[in-house]
Design a protein around this ligand. Structure first.
Ligand code: GLC
Ligand code: CA
Length: 543
């Protein structure tokens, strides 16, 4: 935004997540690449986002599509090379866009040279870089821990007659973060990318890094049902969120801060952490600062009801430690898309919510088009999670499909067969076409992003709840003399919202629908699925 009022770029800015396989292909192999992202930077700059985060682009056997890293300091040939990366970074910076990479510290690929060495023999110097355990007395795995992708989290290695631990696929052995040599090596990886100029890192499964030293069984989950998936049979009490992880997160923060001017957090760390709020917030740091933004995923699972949302927002705001900056997420490459969860009509309302709450929003690519999940025919399923638990609809392919750019073949994404099918609606739901439609959801995203830039109250103002009755959620954002009201109709019926005295004379700054909403004396009428931002006509009259 133009005026920063002492706030940092990652506080005032909006982050846009790119799943690189699906953004833009330039060499006709059906898979997106770095040159493709570079060719679309003008789109991202004109959309009005401030930073892009790219899911992993490192050399990888792609067992988990890049979250199985075989070399942390290079680029997979499918995406390009380091020269392409440097060019992308320079071109992003030239447009005022920051660039964040995905850092995957919990596990490597089983083809990473470290693991190849580690499994070579029990006395290899890298043996203790991973988590090796003897079998239980009966020959079974050392404990009952379950992989997040289903099945036992231990893999037997016949050559050295021990099990190794993998929280995800067996092709993703967990590193042993209790080993100082592992820490040093991974901290060097962070420095490698910061030295190259990246503006931040999104840290994959940060809460997984440290496991209980004595590897006790996890307790059974009394609420387990098959639909939850295999991993939820037990509670991950001992396999995740151990107290020792916080010193590691603090070390990572110190590295990031060593690049900023005067420890002001020029480089940002975002932690991927799925935990209840009280535990999540510990990752801001207590004695020492940890990540700048522990991802707040609550809107993804929240019931779409005004009362429930209001409570969730108020509780989160109230629980934030002093100086902690909030953040909000509506979707990512692991979770159902917002348009699939809420429907097209509410996708615009959700966009307004995401972009008007206090805190840094992260957008997921193509959500600005209202793209929905794509049903993948069984024979085309690619996601390892989908393949391992096919009956449970846990697969993530539906949310990772190609970006529809225009009306040309394959929506302008690729000149070949795309690695995952496009959504069937691409002839109408694509960037080129929606850019021509003044009331498309793409146009709404642009207007919302522009409004955030124009009105500091939306980006950095205080938050106060005004109303949460029935289908209406309304709140105030205030910065200095500027006060705005955001009013959202979460349902399909006309709603009337009484306005506070100070806003009795106000106008509609922005509506999610065509034609401005109806402002009456002291009230606003919200049509079905409408959200509005209101501004008092006389901003200076209030006390
Ligand atoms: C994170 C990623 C997910 C990946 C997993 C293992 O949850 O977001 O895509 O499969 O970690 O790295
Ligand atoms: Ca390609």
């Amino acid at each position: 935004m133009a005026a920063s009022f002492g706030f940092l770029w990652w506080q005032t800015g909006v982050i846009y997540q790119i799943y690189p396989r699906s953004f833009q292909d330039t060499n006709a192999d059906g898979v997106g690449d770095l040159k493709g992202i570079e060719s679309r930077l003008d789109y991202l700059a004109s959309l009005g986002v401030d930073a892009i985060w790219i899911s992993p682009i490192y050399p990888s056997p792609m067992a988990d599509f890049g979250y199985d890293v075989a070399d942390y300091c290079d680029i997979d040939a499918r995406f390009g090379g380091l020269a392409d990366f440097d060019s992308l970074l320079a071109q992003a910076h030239a447009r005022g866009l920051r660039l964040l990479l995905d850092f995957v510290p919990n596990h490597t690929s089983d083809r990473h040279p470290w693991f190849v060495e580690s499994r070579a023999s029990r006395n290899n110097p890298k043996r203790d870089w991973y988590i090796w355990r003897d079998p239980a007395p009966d020959g079974w795995p050392p404990n009952n821990w379950i992989s997040d992708f289903g099945g036992p989290a231990w893999e037997w290695d016949e050559a050295t007659r021990q099990y190794y631990y993998h929280a995800f696929l067996k092709q993703q052995p967990d590193l042993n973060w209790r080993n100082p040599a592992v820490r040093a090596a991974m901290y060097d990886v962070m420095r490698f990318w910061f030295d190259r100029g990246v503006d931040g890192l999104r840290i994959d499964v940060l809460w997984h890094l440290v496991k209980a030293a004595d590897f006790p069984d996890n307790p059974p989950n009394p609420a387990w049902q098959p639909a939850l998936g295999d991993m939820h049979r037990v509670l991950q009490l001992h396999s995740t969120d151990q107290p020792e992880v916080h010193a590691i997160a603090a070390d990572m923060r110190a590295i990031a801060d060593s690049y900023g001017s005067g420890g002001r957090g020029d480089r940002v760390l975002i932690g991927e952490i799925y935990l209840p709020v009280d535990r999540l917030l510990h990752y801001y740091g207590r004695e020492r600062a940890e990540v700048h933004l522990p991802f707040n995923f609550q809107l993804i699972d929240a019931p779409w009801q005004a009362r429930a949302l209001a409570t969730l927002i108020a509780d989160y705001e109230a629980a934030l430690p002093p100086d902690a900056w909030p953040n909000w997420v509506l979707g990512n490459h692991d979770r159902p898309r917002v348009a699939a969860r809420l429907g097209q009509a509410q996708a615009g309302v959700a966009a307004m919510l995401l972009l008007t709450l206090r805190g840094t929003p992260t957008l997921y690519y193509a959500d600005e088009l209202g793209l929905s999940d794509v049903a993948i025919p069984p024979a085309q399923v690619q996601d390892p999670r989908g393949l391992r638990e096919p009956t449970l609809a846990l697969g993530r392919d539906p949310v990772r499909t190609p970006m529809p750019w225009d009306g040309s073949e394959n929506a302008g994404f690729t000149a070949a067969r795309p690695w995952l099918p496009l959504h069937a609606d691409w002839p109408v739901r694509n960037v080129a076409r929606m850019a021509q439609e003044p009331h498309s959801i793409l146009a709404l995203y642009r207007r919302l992003l522009a409004a955030r830039r124009a009105h500091p109250a939306l980006a950095i103002g205080d938050f106060a709840l005004l109303d949460a009755e029935g289908d209406i959620l309304a709140y105030q954002r205030r910065f200095g003399a500027e006060r705005l009201i955001v009013a959202l109709n979460l349902g399909g019926n006309l709603q009337r919202l009484e306005l506070p005295d100070w806003a009795s004379d106000c106008r509609v700054l922005l509506s999610t629908l065509a034609h401005a909403a109806l402002v009456e004396d002291r009230a606003v009428l919200l049509r079905a699925d409408e959200g509005v931002i209101l501004m008092a006509n006389n901003q200076n009259s209030e006390g």
